[in-house]
Every structure is written in structure tokens, then in C-alpha cells.
Design a protein around this ligand. Structure first.
Ligand SMILES: Nc1ncnc2c1ncn2[C@@H]1O[C@H](COP(=O)(O)OP(=O)(O)OP(=O)(O)O)[C@@H](O)[C@H]1O
Ligand SMILES: [Mg+2]
Length: 171
């Protein structure tokens, strides 16, 4: 994996910028993210159609301990899929939502603050529903196989997550 535009020595930086080349690298990045997640972590995924959000979630779910990544599919029509890894995984897809109210209608806070981890595709459509402290991941298509990925967070809560991820990616 090729980490771009960041100072590898700066363990306190709040952003991590990289590119993946091919699906397997994206899944592998997800594996590492998933392995570091804690109960009530919330990940906002932002990126256009086909940017690779669902493939990243497949990797995250594997990292949280699910055995078969093929169970992970975009829950566009039903809004949320629930997988059971070492922690529950709540996989949302806000693509078809017309307003954030529809997230509140399904009591999203119960999931966000619950005992599992939440991952939300098209999170930019429902930003106001998210807890203040969450992890942001934006994905951008560069070409057929390359995706530009920016990971960031706000607040104190995810400092150790980012440090851990930086260490895992440079190992
Ligand atoms: N580096 C890469 N990472 C992830 N996917 C890639 C990569 N290179 C090519 N792809 C392809 O891009 C597509 C990504 O599909 P995926 O369903 O993960 O996107 P998505 O962002 O979830 O789209 P949607 O908004 O429709 O839910 C797949 O066809 C995959 O094979
Ligand atoms: Mg998707």
C-alpha cells in the first residue's frame, strides 16, 4: 500500500492519506481498520458511485471478525445490514434517503451509541445524525483500479485508532 502526502514520522497527525491499487488492497486496508475498532465507533464513508465504499466495508467486517465477506452487500433498499463479528457491525447505506429524518426514524442513535461498530455509506447525506466524534473516510476514483483515500477524525476519542492504523500500515 502506498501512503501519500504525509510525514510518516508524525504520529500525531489527524489525517492519513493513501491510495489503493485494486480491490484487494482496499479490502486489506479495511481489515486493518476493522481490527482497531471499538464498541460505539462510527465510520462515515463518503465517495461517489463505485468509489469502493462497500469493498472497504467488506474488509472492515472481516477485520471485526466475520468469516465470509460475501455476506457484506450494499444495504441500499433496506438501509441497514447487521453482521456478527467479534462485535456487531451495523452497515448503513444512506444513498436513497431523502432526508436525515429517515435515519432518526430507525433510531440510528441506538446503533451509533450501542455495543457494535457502525459504518455508513453516503454519510454526507446524513452528517447531522452522526455523533460529533467519528471517523471520516473519503474515497475518490482515480482510474479503473486506483482509489484515493483520506482518513480523518475529530476530537480525542480516535487518536489511538489513528496512531494504531499508522503503525499497522507502515509495518
Ligand atoms: N482500488 C479499488 N478499491 C475498491 N474498488 C475498486 C478498486 N479498483 C477497482 N474497484 C472496483 O470499483 C467498484 C467498487 O464498487 P463498490 O460497490 O465497492 O463501490 P461503492 O462505493 O460501494 O458504490 P455505491 O455508491 O454504488 O454503493 C467495484 O467494481 C470494484 O471492482
Ligand atoms: Mg456501496
Amino acid at each position: 500500500m502506498n501512503i501519500l502526502r504525509e510525514n510518516r514520522d508524525d504520529l500525531s497527525s489527524t489525517t492519513l492519506h493513501m491510495q489503493t491499487r485494486g480491490v484487494e488492497e482496499t479490502v486489506m486496508l479495511g481489515n486493518r481498520i476493522g481490527a482497531l475498532l471499538q464498541p460505539s465507533d462510527v465510520i462515515a464513508l463518503i465517495g461517489q458511485l463505485g468509489a469502493g465504499k462497500t469493498h472497504l466495508v467488506k474488509g472492515i467486517a472481516e477485520g471485526v471478525g466475520i468469516k465470509d465477506r460475501s455476506v457484506v452487500t450494499s444495504p441500499s433498499y433496506i438501509l441497514m445490514n447487521h453482521y456478527r463479528g467479534k462485535l456487531p457491525i451495523y452497515h448503513f447505506d444512506a444513498y436513497r434517503l431523502e432526508s436525515p429524518e429517515e435515519m432518526y426514524d430507525i433510531d440510528c442513535m441506538e446503533f451509533f451509541w450501542g455495543d457494535g461498530v457502525s459504518v455508513i455509506e453516503w454519510a454526507d447525506k446524513i452528517m447531522e445524525c452522526l455523533p460529533d466524534e467519528h471517523i471520516n473516510i473519503t474515497m475518490e476514483t482515480i482510474n479503473n483500479t486506483t482509489r484515493d483515500i483520506l482518513i480523518s477524525y475529530s476530537g480525542e476519542r480516535h487518536k489511538d485508532f489513528m496512531k494504531g492504523l499508522r503503525v499497522m500500515l507502515s509495518a
